[in-house]
Design a protein around this ligand. Structure first.
Ligand code: UD1
Ligand code: CA
Length: 451
């Protein structure tokens, strides 16, 4: 079978979103609305896959990167959008799937069902329909006395009888491409002056060509997002599906109602996601890890058997068996070594901790590197910023930083060194050396001082 081409219509204004951001770029579960549609089209092997842009075109095209796009300006309706889109579809293709950028739950299987129904029946059009409890706003499918599709009538043009029809047009179709090219210029303008793609149904019937219907069983999968109420409802359904899929793969999600997991997150079996937790972006959670309650983890790796309790983790790595929180903030570039413990109002930024580091109480480590088994006393702070530049702090393995140590960067504290409580360290500390005071100075340690 030759390739099925795809066209995604995304030029409309999306007025009801009342948004500066083009509608199709609104995120759902960590991915732009249109990227969900494009993922389904790609999974159904539509090739090429072309997007019709228009309103907010610069922004949409930037977000789409290298994907083929064609601009529709002005936006004169869905048939006009398809006509412009056709200029980018190769002559070799025989089937064209048309869908819209605002149906993020559209499954790849529905697209495949449409293309096989169209080809199987040699139909001019296969269209995806669904029975909607509340059909208002949608184009209604009007059938003749034998039950064959006669037309799709838009809400604006529907009389009272047609408005009672609950079988609606989802807006996704597969066309016989040769026929589509031959007829697209014949679509008449509607009363509003727009060119309706749905008028092709009547034109096909008039020409004696078949129009077949594929019925989606779940209305949600074809729900077009027009406002932010629908955006939230569809996102909630999407998140519920994502969570259920993880649960089936062996992840415990204690309370799906208070958990959010983005579409690209990966979680290994036997991880446990506690209530009130958000796993966002490209986060990966290892086997046996426990995240939450009350954690927000974005674009981060959580190692196997680690714990992240009531903490905020952004673009960071948490090692195997590490303990984070409660109340820790790991910022970009933090790498927490295996079995390390960071919690109780601790902040870490662009800092690497070795294995078994303990940073238990209100402290800040920025632009630093700590070796294995370093003890970070309560209130320890890296003074990493001199007013214009950030500087690095290096602390050797086994060092003991006393309570309330200030480390003025750039600074190196040697392996096994000790700083006294309240010390302000402004000079490098040699391995094994003990410094105390403000500014900190070495004290001799000998048998008499170490009772
Ligand atoms: C459309 C269908 C309707 C169907 C409904 C399903 C038509 C005429 N009507 O109505 O039968 O029930 O979808 O949700 O097609 N677009 C363009 N260029 C334009 C106009 C629209 O690219 O000039 C794009 C929009 O960005 C959107 C899609 O086409 O992604 C649908 O447009 P919209 O105005 O939302 O159509 P509906 O009124 O929802
Ligand atoms: Ca719509």
């Amino acid at each position: 079978m030759s390739a099925v081409a795809g066209l995604v219509l995304a030029a409309g204004q999306g007025t009801r979103m009342r948004s500066r951001l083009p509608k199709v770029l609104h995120p759902l579960a960590g991915r732009a609305m249109i990227d969900h549609v494009l993922a389904a089209c790609a999974a159904a092997n539509l090739d090429p896959l072309v997007v019709v842009t228009g309103h907010g075109g610069d922004q949409v095209e930037t977000a789409l990167g290298s994907r083929p796009v064609v601009r529709q300006d002005p936006q004169r309706g869905t048939a006009d959008a398809v006509k412009i889109g056709l200029t980018r579809i190769p002559e070799s293709a025989q089937q064209l799937v048309v869908t819209m950028g605002d149906v993020p739950l559209l499954p790849a299987e529905a697209i495949e069902a449409l293309s096989s129904a169209q080809a199987g029946a040699d139909a001019a059009i296969a269209l995806l329909a669904v029975v909607m409890g509340d059909p208002s706003g949608y184009g209604r499918i009007v059938r003749d006395s034998s039950g064959n599709v006669a037309a799709v009538v838009e809400e604006a043009d529907a009389d009272a009888a047609v408005r009672t029809v609950v079988e609606i047009n989802s807006g996704t179709y597969c066309f016989d491409l040769g026929w589509l090219r031959s007829i697209i210029d014949s679509v008449p303008p509607s009363a509003s002056g727009e060119y309706y793609l749905t008028d092709l149904v009547r034109l096909a019937v008039d020409a004696g060509r078949r129009v077949v219907v594929v019925t989606a069983d779940d209305p949600l999968t074809v729900t077009g997002i027009n406002d932010r109420v629908q955006l939230a409802a569809v996102e909630a359904a999407l998140v519920a599906r994502i969570i259920a899929a993880h649960q089936r793969d062996g992840v415990t999600v204690v309370d799906p109602a208070t958990t959010r997991i983005d579409v690209e997150v990966t979680i290994e079996p036997d991880a446990r996601i506690e209530p009130w937790t958000i796993l966002a972006g490209t986060t990966a959670v290892g086997a046996g890890a426990i995240v939450g309650p009350g954690s927000v983890v974005t674009d981060s790796r959580i190692g196997a058997d680690a714990r992240v309790v009531a903490s905020w983790v952004e673009s960071a790595e948490v090692g195997v068996g590490a303990r984070i929180g409660p109340m820790a903030h790991l910022r970009a570039g933090s790498v927490i070594g295996p079995s390390s413990e960071v919690g109780n109002f601790a902040e870490v930024k662009n800092t690497r901790l070795g294995r078994g580091v303990r940073q238990h109480h209100f402290s800040y480590l920025g632009d630093a590197e700590l070796g294995d088994e370093v003890n970070v006393g309560a209130g320890t702070v890296t003074a990493n910023f001199d007013g214009s530049t950030k500087h690095r702090t290096v602390v050797g393995a086994g060092a003991f930083l006393g309570v309330d140590t200030t480390l003025r960067a750039p600074l190196t504290v040697g392996e096994g060194a000790t700083t006294g409580a309240g010390s302000v360290v402004i000079h490098d500390v040699a391995p094994g050396e003990t410094v105390v005071g403000v500014p900190a100075h070495p004290i001799r340690t000998g048998p008499d001082e170490h009772a």
